[in-house]
Design a protein around this ligand. Structure first.
Ligand code: 5AD
Ligand code: SF4
Length: 449
């Protein structure tokens, strides 16, 4: 390299700079952290805008059509001005659309799904050698993308992947196609990573997987998810363990027993129900009925600490009648969720639900979504107000400069912003805070120190 003339050196330095934008879920956010760590370790540097970068990476989501369109809009905006840059599409849209992306966006040179990221440095070398079209689309069930170079975005709460892929086949979902079959990491490598995180100052970890409940240690120790959860909570230095996401079919009582037995396991469970109608659940191929789902809820309600329960719901699944939708609204009243994410059904390529009849109009889906969100908002206002006067332990995550408040999060995963205590290095600490006000989405309080 030393013999290059000066202008070439400038070009090279731009080429070694990358910009990455991430769409979608926490799995994607964490994949991007791994990609960033891997590239930094190979001598690349990260920049804040695509304009400064030689490489522009989009780590994409295809769970709903809207998410998928976002990346094509981004790519479109660089069609003319992106000359000289290398555009890469990573993640779920890459896996789903494969080489078709080159036709749709000819200025893209790399298309790689999440199972191929270990090979990313080699793929970049191919591009640097002048190759114009590089793909990494194999979904071979190799080990989870495990890298010693993860560069985490949040200095206090760390994502930790325990299982990749999904072996369920919910009829609306692209994930089994984009992330492949389930692969669990060994318990030793999970505990090793949790220990390293604790040693480097992290006190909160979030175990990640498309279906963490079906975790099965591939090593002879053979731990199930409840055992893994308990052991991660016992790693010295770890004060909070969260996990996402759970499938009701594989959600077993020992998980609640573990939360009961170990105060480091957060009292929050995200348990996506998708619909309150057993008929629709069957069409979705969710493998449980409303009654079986409610049995899991009763385990949680019987726990020693109050467990916050959150969920995901899809409205307007093909064939969803007004009666089915009413069943979902009644389920909200029955469970009294602490929060939920609701989505309009979006038809996805390759999925079983494409073949179903009675697709619901966009207008009706929009109406149902609004009705559902309104119903839930009232529940949240009531539930959150019940906390006024209570003292909650918060993990301090940041500072709202404009409001003059600290940002905190409770074990139940509620945002509790507070004032009343000013000290150096508050961020990352745990403090008792009294709740003084409640809104539908967050709480406000005063430090009791
Ligand atoms: N349409 C709408 N929502 C979907 N989800 C998954 N697939 C679809 C789809 N095709 C929702 C589910 C899931 C969440 C992550 O996204 O509620 O739990
Ligand atoms: Fe999709 Fe169902 Fe797997 Fe969740 S469990 S990722 S909804 S197929």
């Amino acid at each position: 390299m030393a013999c290059h003339s000066r202008p070439t050196t400038i070009v090279l330095s731009v080429e070694k700079k990358f910009y990455i934008e991430t769409f979608g879920c926490q799995m994607n956010a964490h994949d991007s952290e791994k990609v960033v760590g891997t590239l930094l370790a190979k001598g690349y540097s990260q920049v804040d805008t695509p304009e400064e970068a030689g490489y522009v990476f989009y780590n994409t989501c295809s769970i709903r059509d809207k998410a998928e369109q976002k990346v094509f809009n981004r790519l479109q905006s660089f069609k003319r001005t992106g000359k000289g840059k290398i555009f890469a599409v990573l993640g779920c849209v890459a896996q789903q659309e494969g080489e078709k992306i080159f036709d749709r966006a000819p200025h893209v040179s790399l298309v790689a799904g999440s199972a191929s990221y270990t090979k990313l440095p080699e793929m970049l070398i191919q591009l640097e050698a002048g190759n114009k079209r590089v793909t990494g689309l194999s979904l071979e069930a190799t080990e989870a993308f495990d890298t010693p170079f993860t560069r985490r975005d949040n200095p206090h709460r760390a994502y930790l992947t325990i299982i990749e892929g999904c072996d369920k086949s919910c009829s609306y979902c692209v994930v089994p196609f984009t992330r492949g079959p389930e692969r669990s990491r060994t318990s030793a490598s999970v505990i090793d990573e949790a220990t390293k995180l604790a040693d480097s100052g992290y006190t909160e970890v979030q175990l990640l997987g498309q279906n963490v409940n079906s975790y099965r240690d591939p090593s002879p120790a053979g731990w199930d998810f409840a055992t893994l959860l308990d052991r991660v909570g016992a790693v010295p230095g770890i004060r909070r363990v969260r996990f996402t996401t759970s499938h009701p079919r594989d959600f077993v009582k020992p998980i609640i027993d573990a939360i009961d037995a170990n105060a480091n396991l957060c009292n929050h469970v995200h348990l996506p129900v998708q619909s309150g109608s057993s008929r629709i659940l069957e069409g979705m191929r969710r493998l449980y009925t409303r009654e079986q789902y409610m049995e899991r809820i009763s385990w949680m309600r019987g726990a020693r600490r109050p467990i916050a329960i959150t969920t995901d719901i899809i409205v307007g699944f093909p064939g969803e009648t007004e009666r089915d939708f009413e069943d979902t609204l009644e389920l909200l009243d029955e469970v009294q969720y602490d929060s939920l994410f609701a989505f309009k059904y979006s038809a996805r390529p390759n999925t079983g639900a494409l073949k179903l009849e009675d697709h619901i109009s966009e207008e009706e889906k929009t109406r149902r979504l609004a009705v559902l969100n309104e119903r839930q908002r009232a529940i949240q206002i009531r539930r959150n107000s019940e906390l006024i006067g209570a003292v909650e332990e918060v993990h301090v995550e940041g500072r709202h400069h404009s409001l003059g408040q600290w940002i905190g999060r409770t074990s139940q995963n509620r945002t509790l912003n507070f004032s009343g205590h000013e000290a150096e290095a508050m961020i990352g600490t745990y403090l008792p805070v009294r709740v003084t006000r409640a809104g539908p989405h967050s709480l406000v309080g005063e430090s009791v120190l």
